[in-house]
Design a protein around this ligand. Structure first.
Ligand code: KG4
Ligand code: ZN
Length: 375
């Protein structure tokens, strides 16, 4: 008789590599998804003078930082026992992705290790279920509703049996992007989310009101649109006095009120589709991830929503909200368990999201699930 324990999916001790944007990250996870080491080298200081990420600078930084981080991971937990390599293939900055994918493919090939290419969003989707206290990763729930909010994405996904389906999208700017743009206009620096979040604590969130966008396409009724909010907030800021602020460390009270009202509006709009999605899709768990999932108001309100709705809300540890390699390693483990491995000699990086049901004729992602569960 066969041993039932050997018939389950194979689990691997995994090295994860993430270089899709402006953070170089390396992590090692045990086969059960517990995080042994999670290292991130931030490039924020290199990009701050430009108020955004400069692709060429990002790629060069990855090239320098990746060997350094791998040496540190080797010193901390040893890389000889690694059994699987997981690397972000896309979407992201192509030069940055090429550094990570070329490195991982060469490493896997030279050592004869299995390799799995992971979609960056797949990483964000599993990050709420990864812990940083040494405990095993939680198995992804059968039916989780996950709000992914970052500098590049603002979408609800249904994660069902490991298969992610996008449910809505932003018609223009991503939520993190408008935090960054407002911050830049005020002279508060980059990235904007953390500083706006902190200053908003000192303001009155009811001081300013913003008009919610109206999306006419009925199939996009649950879509987001944030560019109008960005423009309105910047216009109001201009009306409050000269920009950039003379003393960004201690903005006037009216600016704090504006930031608090802005932050309140972003979380209002992000949470607006929640009741309808839960009603239609009946998830067992609601989670959020991505850089904006570090936002203290969004976290508080989502937890309060969960208590009143009687649904479990899972928030990732703060260090796993922004880009990291632990989430990539975990997504790689789940892919490998489903038997999806990549040939190191054929691994291709891609700059744009190629969601399952594909891209449109011009290579732009389409969001099939808009039409699927909403029909
Ligand atoms: O996930 P992430 O590291 O990179 C992308 O894939 O985009 O997200 C970075 C974004 C930035 O726009 C940053 O301003 C935003 O997340 N962010 C926040 C907070 N912390 C980071 N936005 C709002 N509140 C925060 N506390
Ligand atoms: Zn990200």
């Amino acid at each position: 008789m066969s041993d039932p324990s050997s018939s389950g999916p194979r689990a691997f001790r995994t090295l994860g590599i993430e270089t899709s944007c402006d953070e170089t990250a390396v992590a090692v996870l045990d086969a059960d998804g517990s995080v042994r080491v999670n290292l991130v080298s931030s490039q924020v200081a290199a990009h701050a003078p430009y108020l955004g990420v400069v692709p060429e600078i990002a790629a060069r930084h990855h090239l320098e930082a990746l060997p350094r981080l791998l040496a540190a991971a080797d010193g901390a937990v040893g890389l000889d026992s690694v059994e699987l390599l997981a690397v972000t293939r896309g979407p992201g900055l192509i030069g940055s992705l090429l550094v990570g994918t070329s490195f991982a493919a060469a490493w896997a090939w030279a050592r004869g290790l299995p390799l799995v290419g992971v979609d960056h969003l797949e990483g964000h989707l599993v990050s709420p279920f990864v812990a940083l206290d040494g405990s095993p990763a939680r198995p992804a729930p059968d039916r989780a509703l996950v709000l992914v909010v970052s500098g590049g994405h603002s979408s609800y996904f249904l994660l069902e049996g490991g298969d992610p389906r996008p449910l809505n999208r932003t018609r223009d700017d991503a939520a993190g992007e408008i935090f960054d743009k407002l911050s830049a206009a005020l002279g508060l620096g980059y990235p904007g989310g953390p500083v706006v979040d902190r200053l908003a604590e000192g303001g009155d969130p009811t001081a300013f009101r913003f008009t919610a966008p109206r999306i006419k396409d009925p199939r996009g009724a649950l879509d987001f649109s944030f560019s109008g909010l960005k423009s309105a907030a910047i216009r109001l800021a201009v009306g409050l006095g000269p920009l950039p602020l003379a003393d960004p460390a201690t903005p006037p009270q009216a600016v704090l009120d504006l930031l608090a009202s802005f932050r309140r509006t972003v979380s209002d709009w992000l949470l607006a589709p929640l009741d309808e999605l839960v009603e239609r899709l009946r998830p067992t768990v609601v989670a959020t991830s991505g850089g904006v999932a570090a936002n203290s108001e969004l976290r508080r309100r989502l937890q309060a929503w969960g208590r009143s709705a009687g649904i479990e809300v899972v928030l990732p540890p703060l260090a796993l909200t922004t880009d990291n390699a632990a989430m990539i390693a975990r997504a790689g483990q789940l892919r490998a368990a489903r038997g999806t491995l990549d040939d190191p000699l054929r691994l291709r990086a891609y700059p744009r999201a190629p969601w399952k049901a594909g891209a449109d004729a011009r290579g732009r992602p389409v969001f099939p699930a808009l039409y699927w569960p909403m029909a």
